[in-house]
Design a protein around this ligand. Structure first.
Ligand code: SAM
Length: 284
């Protein structure tokens, strides 16, 4: 099929196919912005469904790009979608979606790393759904997990990561992927991998497989200061082959381990989340 014929067609939602949108707006992808676009509305629909029933809900999406996932979220009934995109070239394409769904799409131009997500949520308990730029995805997730107010301003996170990062998020003690991310995610949420997305589903295809992870906040996670827990896990896993009395030396070493009732000869990967919380609470 020629590109001209493609651009004359409409997709299932009545908007032009994504390839035509990208061509018309000259959205050549930029690696520095982690731009790997999803062009298949069936697949973006599957991600939207992984976020649960969206009817009546407000969704925040980070990095809408040309709007493939945004369109799926709107098509699947989200009452409102708030998108934050750093690349101003994408805004005209997003404006077209907003015109197609009057009053339901709010477009924010900016850097998600500097955004106040609770303020963007506007008092609603939102769902966050995103095909995250790979270079800032982990940082954004950690920020959401370390949110001070709990239960947080979001009722779920449905996020695309590289498979290897997804495995770290859902890892349990003893798993080779268990580390700081697994402790933080497991402490405050229940997290699971929903499905994998092959590299060929993206334009351009990344080098690795991706996975959609769904995280739901725990109502009553163990009481601990998030930043202290982060610090403990950073040190403990920073030298994961060493015994804890060694890796935690800068934070108190054996004395800290004694205060938490944990054997200093153990290694980080054997500690449960509850034991990490005990260590964090002992590290005043
Ligand atoms: N959601 C689209 C999709 O699924 O096809 C695009 C996903 S692409 C992996 C990541 C998007 O995040 C790009 O549109 C990129 O411009 C945007 N982005 C990158 N860094 C960002 C940041 N710091 N804040 C907001 N958006 C960002």
């Amino acid at each position: 099929m020629t590109e001209q014929a493609d651009s004359e067609k409409t997709a299932v939602d009545g908007l032009p196919p994504l390839r035509a949108v990208i061509e018309r707006h000259g959205l050549a992808t930029k690696k520095a912005l982690g731009q790997n676009f999803l062009l298949d509305l069936n697949l973006t629909g599957r991600i939207a469904r992984a976020a649960g029933d969206l009817s009546g809900r407000t969704v925040i999406e980070v990095g809408p790009g040309p709007g493939g996932l945004t369109r799926a979220l709107l098509m699947h009934g989200a009452a409102k979608v708030v998108v934050i995109e750093r690349d101003a070239r994408c805004l005209p394409a997003l404006d077209e979606i907003a015109a197609h769904y009057p009053g339901r799409l709010e477009i924010v131009e900016g850097d998600a790393l500097k955004a106040d997500f609770a303020a963007l949520a506007g008092g609603e308990r939102v769902r966050i759904v995103a095909n995250l730029p790979y270079n800032v995805g982990t940082q954004l997730l950690v920020g959401w997990l370390e949110t001070a107010a709990w239960p947080p301003f979001y009722e779920s996170l449905t996020l695309m990561f590289q498979r290897e990062v997804a495995e770290r998020i859902v890892a349990a003690p003893g798993d080779s992927a268990y580390g700081r991310l697994g402790v933080l995610a497991g402490w405050r949420t229940t997290a699971r991998i929903q499905f994998d997305v092959p590299a060929q589903a993206f334009w351009p295809p990344p080098k690795v497989t991706s996975s959609v992870v769904h995280l739901t906040p725990r109502e009553e996670p163990l009481q601990v200061d998030a930043r202290r827990l982060s610090l403990i896990t950073q040190h403990a896993f920073g030298q994961r082959r060493k015994m804890l009395r060694q890796s935690l030396k800068p934070l108190g070493g054996q004395a800290l381990l004694d205060a938490a009732g944990i054997d200093g000869a153990r290694r980080a990967e054997t500690l449960s989340i509850e034991e990490f919380c005990r260590l964090a609470n002992a590290s005043v």
